[in-house]
Design a protein around this ligand. Structure first.
Ligand code: CU
Length: 150
């Protein structure tokens, strides 16, 4: 009888422990576009990826509202800030990958007028594990103080 009680208590403790850590879910959040004031100049997409229960990588981003997209990374070389294209980006399990000003970003060309008017555009993020995540990104005007700091 006593033994049964111990087992129940141990079982409860385990259940409580696992409840402390919610299951990790791969997701994309805080997506927004900085719209270039000059029609022919590229705009920029920023976002944050939260890693799921397994390591994976971000392989591509597409949008029916955008003509062309390129993943870039801003790097310092000989004291100069330069951008270079990147292909896949590692997303460690339970990790956070930020595409933010001064670092990784997505250059976009040819935003559909209807999306500009709506103030948002849908992007589809494709991952190495086969997951595809569709996210609406808010479209913000690029302010002068944003400069060219992609
Ligand atoms: Cu760039």
């Amino acid at each position: 009888m006593l033994r049964t009680v111990y087992m129940v208590v141990a079982g409860l403790a385990l259940a409580l422990l696992s409840a402390c850590q919610p299951p990790a879910q791969l997701l994309v959040e805080k997506a927004y576009v900085k719209l270039s004031p000059v029609a022919d100049n590229p705009s920029v997409l920023y976002f944050t990826v939260r890693g799921g229960p397994e390591d994976t990588d971000l392989r591509s981003i597409t949008s029916p509202w955008i003509l062309r997209l390129e993943m870039h990374e801003t790097v310092e070389e000989n004291g100069m800030s330069m951008m270079r294209p990147i292909s896949a980006v590692e997303v460690p399990k339970r990790g956070t990958v930020e595409f933010a000003p001064g670092g990784k970003h997505v250059m976009i060309w040819g935003i559909d007028e209807a999306a500009k008017k709506a103030g948002k555009a849908e992007f589809v993020f494709a991952f190495g594990n086969g997951e595809k995540i569709a996210v609406d990104a808010r479209i913000d005007a690029m302010k002068p103080e944003d400069g060219m700091a992609h």
